[in-house]
Design a protein around this ligand. Structure first.
Ligand code: AR6
Length: 181
């Protein structure tokens, strides 16, 4: 695996690989509002964690219609069959051109995931590149928002000791590599 420690904060690490294989206390899922599973990283996490994750998701309260996690918010389950204790499910925005509050909603998704981790006393967390797959958020802008939000959070927090940006595709990895080195 390619790895890099961020110049801005040594608690931030960049990795390329499959988030379900990481030895951390929490992994973040780029989920949909219904929390029913899907493709991409959501599919990989539900496959690795098994049916238990879906069962836990379906026990969470419904906000409206069939929405269990509104865009920008975050909820938590166990890791099911995975060794990771927690999965933090967040929902990034669908890119619609940029005028529908997509940047702020993406920032909220990172920030609320970090808050959930802090509530549980988690020391290490890994993020996928939320919204940059099926939801088509521009990768450069998404990476800038992700890095800025995590750096700002870490400035005020001493619980988290490691935040991993886990990139799956080479394009995202190169973008983060430039931002963090
Ligand atoms: N580990 C780490 N990152 C991964 C993995 C993996 N195993 N697999 C894919 N990625 P996406 P979104 C990366 O589409 O854009 C689902 O159907 C991928 O390369 O998973 O937020 C949900 O149910 C990309 O950079 O999430 C929602 O409906 C990143 O994960 C919708 O997709 C995010 O891509 C959410 O779309």
């Amino acid at each position: 695996m390619n790895t890099l420690i961020a110049k801005q904060d040594q608690r931030i690490t960049l990795l390329k690989g499959d988030i379900t294989k990481l030895k951390v206390e929490a992994i973040v899922n780029a989920a949909k509002e219904q929390l029913t599973g899907g493709s991409g990283v959501d599919g990989a996490i539900h496959r690795a964690g098994g049916f238990q994750i879906l069962q836990e998701c379906m026990q969470l309260p419904i906000h409206y219609r069939d929405v269990r996690c509104p865009t920008g918010e975050a909820v938590i389950t166990t890791g099911g069959n995975m060794s990771v204790p927690y999965v933090i499910h967040t929902v990034g925005p669908v890119w619609q051109g940029g005028a529908s509050e997509e940047p702020i909603l993406l920032k909220n998704a990172y920030r609320n995931s970090l808050e959930k981790a802090k509530e549980k006393g988690v020391h290490s967390i890994a993020f996928p590149n939320i919204s940059t797959g099926v939801y088509a958020f521009p990768k450069h802008l998404a990476a800038n928002i992700a890095v800025e939000t995590v750096l700002a959070f870490l400035k005020e927090d001493d619980t988290l000791q490691q935040v991993i940006f886990c990139c799956f595709d080479e394009e995202n990895y190169q973008i983060y590599h430039r931002l963090l080195s």
